[in-house]
Ligand binder design. Structure first.
Ligand code: PHE
Length: 367
């Protein structure tokens, strides 16, 4: 069933360029989808104010994946068959992008995920791209941060057994941390939807780690941090570490001050001064009256890869657009985007510390 256009959105007319979005607007990771949509909506508004692309108006049609794999597949199918989109932004979660990717690939419709970081996502085929760095880099950033900056020698790892992102990132952390001379003293798993982490947190605490790596999304991480501090009584000197999946205002609603003092890697920080970041934040704040998170920035960049690709190709036709996106070079909000032969950008990461229930820029790590 096609979603009715939201207030203020125009249905597409003859000649418009229609871009699709498969985004988790509801469900476990809904803040990821909502921020992503705001990022794309802002770009489309800016581009149309400048006369559109190839002299044509751009229309963005976003479908809700409900944060699930099954709905991600249905959503992209609908966009391709019914809305005749020329390219798709999304999904956010790697598992969902893996479910949708083969459909885009078969239809020869380019799909650009802003934020999926598992390497397998773009391995699906030559029509699949991303704006984000990949987890072998992100996991190494946090393992090296644990070994070198925090001088940790014992780590525990807590992963979501249903998430390709979580499992992959946990494995990279383990490899790099042990190669650094550290040891993994406890490994436990859970699944999204779990709400009681007291038992596995007690197991982890008893193993006496220096750091606990939790490569998961805010919905579980928020509860884990809360229960670690308030129920299980983790000592404050045990640092919890995570990846980009922590980036949500909802993390602080779930964790309260239990997130303070812990660290995670991310793609962007509003604290970092660059002309691209400043222009993006100014425009985003003017439109939404809030500071954009990394999801908004990455989706803006992903949609920009598509629109710049169309401009360069001079057409929306699949194979030509694919080649143009593959060759894109962009001073994007989240850094310079130039894709390698695997259609992945090679970009810096930032490490964020949580202080007073807010994200604060800590450091930048270059590839
Ligand atoms: N990297 C995550 C994944 O691949 C998604 C994500 C990106 C979440 C950025 C938050 C911020 O599943």
């Amino acid at each position: 069933e096609p979603a009715a256009p939201a207030a203020g959105e125009q249905p597409a007319a003859e000649g418009d360029i229609i871009i699709g979005g498969i985004l988790p607007m509801t469900g476990a990771i809904a803040t990821f989808g909502q921020s992503s949509k705001k990022g794309v909506d802002l770009l489309v508004e800016q581009v149309n104010a400048q006369g559109g692309v190839l002299g044509r108006k751009v229309v963005f049609v976003a479908e809700d994946t409900k944060s699930t794999q099954a709905d991600s597949a249905t959503a992209i199918q609908k966009l391709i068959q019914q809305d005749k989109v020329v390219a798709v932004v999304g999904e956010v979660a790697s598992s969902n992008s893996l479910a949708a990717g083969p459909i885009a690939q078969d239809a020869k419709v380019p799909m650009v995920s802003g934020s999926s970081t598992n390497p397998a996502v773009t391995e699906v085929g030559d029509y699949i791209f991303r704006a984000a760095f990949i987890d072998p880099f992100q996991g190494a950033v946090m393992a090296n941060f644990a070994s070198k900056d925090l001088k940790a020698v014992k780590a525990a790892i807590m992963t979501d057994a249903n998430s390709d992102y979580s499992i992959g990132l946990g494995n990279v952390f383990k490899e790099v941390f042990t190669a650094n001379g550290g040891s993994i003293v406890s490994e436990v798993s859970f699944v999204s939807g779990d709400t009681d982490f007291n038992t596995i947190l007690t197991t982890v605490k008893n193993a006496k780690p220096d750091v606990v790596f939790v490569p998961s999304y805010y919905d579980t991480v928020g509860l884990i941090l809360n229960q670690a501090k308030n129920n299980v009584g983790f000592p404050a000197e045990v640092k919890f570490l995570g990846g980009d999946g922590w980036d949500s205002p909802a993390l602080f609603e779930l964790a309260g001050d239990a997130a303070d003092g812990h660290y995670f890697s991310n793609h962007y920080s509003p604290d970092v001064d660059s002309p691209e970041v400043k222009a993006f934040i100014d425009a985003y704040q003017a439109k939404y009256n809030e500071v954009p998170d990394a999801l908004a920035a990455l989706a803006y960049d992903a949609a920009n890869m598509i629109l710049k690709g169309i401009e360069k190709a001079g057409t929306t036709e699949g194979p030509a657009l694919r080649d143009a996106i593959a060759a894109i070079e962009l001073n994007a909000v989240t850094g310079k985007i130039k894709l390698n032969e695997k259609r992945d950008p090679v970009k810096s990461a930032v490490v964020i510390i949580v202080e007073d229930q807010k994200q604060k820029y800590f450091t930048t790590v270059n590839p």
